[in-house]
Design a protein around this ligand. Structure first.
Ligand SMILES: [Zn+2]
Ligand SMILES: [Zn+2]
Length: 152
């Protein structure tokens, strides 16, 4: 039995705005109303209407990464000797807008300041050179850099 609740296009639930109702779907024995939503991040996704109405689903899925960002996952984490991709942690670079920033050195020699959370979430893996100059030399340097920094 499908509950008779009006689904109003344009109605907002957290980060989701309803575009239209689409074909209902069976979950086990239950037919559930589905809505096509637009998330604040720009994604469109078909979601079970009940879960957004009850606040169980608040975004297209992007909110998870946002939560990680906002929770400052890296808080208190010791990053000494850590490296991600071509980047190696060098030192703390202070806090900007509650976000922990760190200074890293890229295998190419560049220094970059980035969010510690991005670093531990493996979001940033080079100073940006990786895509641009993916030449033999940078790969060799990266390999050497990694070897030098490997522990255990
Ligand atoms: Zn989203
Ligand atoms: Zn680089």
């Amino acid at each position: 039995m499908v509950a008779k609740i009006d689904i109003i296009p344009g109605q907002r639930f957290n980060k989701l705005v309803i575009i239209s109702e689409v074909e209902p779907k069976f979950y086990g024995k239950h037919l559930k109303r589905q809505v096509n939503c637009k998330c604040d991040c720009g994604n469109e996704k078909v979601i079970d209407f009940q879960t957004i109405r009850r606040g169980l689903t608040t975004s297209c899925g992007c909110i998870r990464s946002e939560l990680i960002r906002n929770n400052n996952l890296s808080k208190g984490m010791n990053l000494t000797n850590e490296s991600v991709g071509l980047l190696k942690y060098i030192e703390e670079a202070g806090i900007y807008k509650t976000k922990r920033k760190i200074k890293c050195q890229c295998a190419c020699g560049n220094f970059v300041i980035m969010s510690a959370d991005d670093f531990i979430n493996l979001k940033v893996k080079s100073c940006g050179c990786y895509k641009k100059i993916l030449g033999k030399e940078s790969i060799l340097r990266a390999a050497t850099f990694r070897r030098q920094n490997q522990r255990g």
